[in-house]
Design a protein around this ligand. Structure first.
Ligand code: NAP
Length: 242
């Protein structure tokens, strides 16, 4: 039984990733911050499909909070270790750079980037000891090409891609792979309210993507078949940018 921790697993892309990994036979640890009902719905969907999962709420931006939750989990599961980590939790606080507050900048950095760092630092040690692991970071097209109004978000996602490439080289000899997935526009709560009719004209596929289309790539990267893919960024964007 492989244990997979998915941050932000309660909704959107994270929920689809949880369902995919459970379908592949993993026991999924569903992290979220405050959306308990949505997280329970993810858990119920996994169990209804015959999989196993559990909820582990913590704020990824708060390292102390994260450590407390993982210490508790480890003491309840002394022989288990998390071999798959999907850093998916993310927020956006879009505004033009001249209007961006310190809070907008730091909230996005703390959740989208620092949270991933805290989890990587905590969990990669055990993966190294066991000589097996998968780390998958959910970046964004914004981290590859930049996006006006997203100075904070584009910076966090670009940094995540740099961190992915760096860590891949540190741990590749221990049979651990570290990759990033860069979605374009995916239909979730995060993109609700965007001008879909206009934006889809920019996308060669002519539509927003589905969370399951991102989850399929994450599932592949988490599988044994992807053992020789390391330090890559895979775009899932309908041809929007590459
Ligand atoms: P979403 O629907 O807004 O869901 C965000 C998830 O992250 C929720 O489960 C939320 O849980 C969790 N989360 C937020 N802050 C958290 C925190 N501090 N600690 C723990 N969990 C936290 O977003 P999404 O569209 O699925 O996006 C998922 C990831 O894909 C993000 O990293 C996003 O940047 C990236 N992405 C999305 C798109 C897109 O078009 N949707 C495109 C490119 C990249 P709570 O409800 O409990 O807060």
């Amino acid at each position: 039984m492989k244990y997979a921790l998915v941050t932000g697993g309660s909704r959107g892309i994270g929920r689809a990733i949880c369902l995919k990994l459970a379908q592949m036979g993993c026991h999924v640890i569903i992290n979220y911050n405050s959306g308990h009902d949505a997280a329970k719905e993810t858990l119920q969907q996994i169990e209804a499909a015959g999989g196993t999962a559990e909820l582990l709420p913590f704020n990824v931006a708060n390292e102390e909070h994260m450590n407390e939750a993982l210490d508790r989990w480890q003491s309840q599961n002394p022989d288990a270790y998390i071999s798959i980590l999907v850093n998916n939790a993310g927020i956006r606080r879009d505004t033009l750079a001249v209007f961006m507050s310190d809070e907008d900048w730091h909230d996005v950095m703390n959740t989208n980037l620092n949270g991933a760092f805290y989890l990587i630092r905590r969990l990669v040690k055990n993966m190294m000891t066991h000589r097996a692991g998968r780390i998958i970071n959910i970046a964004s097209v914004s981290g590859l090409k930049g996006q006006p109004g997203q100075l904070n978000y584009s910076a966090a996602k670009a940094a995540m891609i740099g961190a992915t490439k760096s860590l891949a080289q540190e741990v590749g000899s221990r049979k651990i792979t570290v990759n990033a997935v860069a979605p374009g526009f995916i239909a979730t709560d995060m993109t609700e309210g965007l001008d879909e009719a206009n934006l889809k004209k920019l996308i060669p596929a002519g539509r927003f993507g589905k969370p399951e289309e991102v989850a399929a790539v994450v599932g592949f990267l988490a599988s044994d078949d992807a053992a020789y893919i390391n330090g890559e960024v895979i775009s899932v964007n309908g041809g929007l940018y590459s």
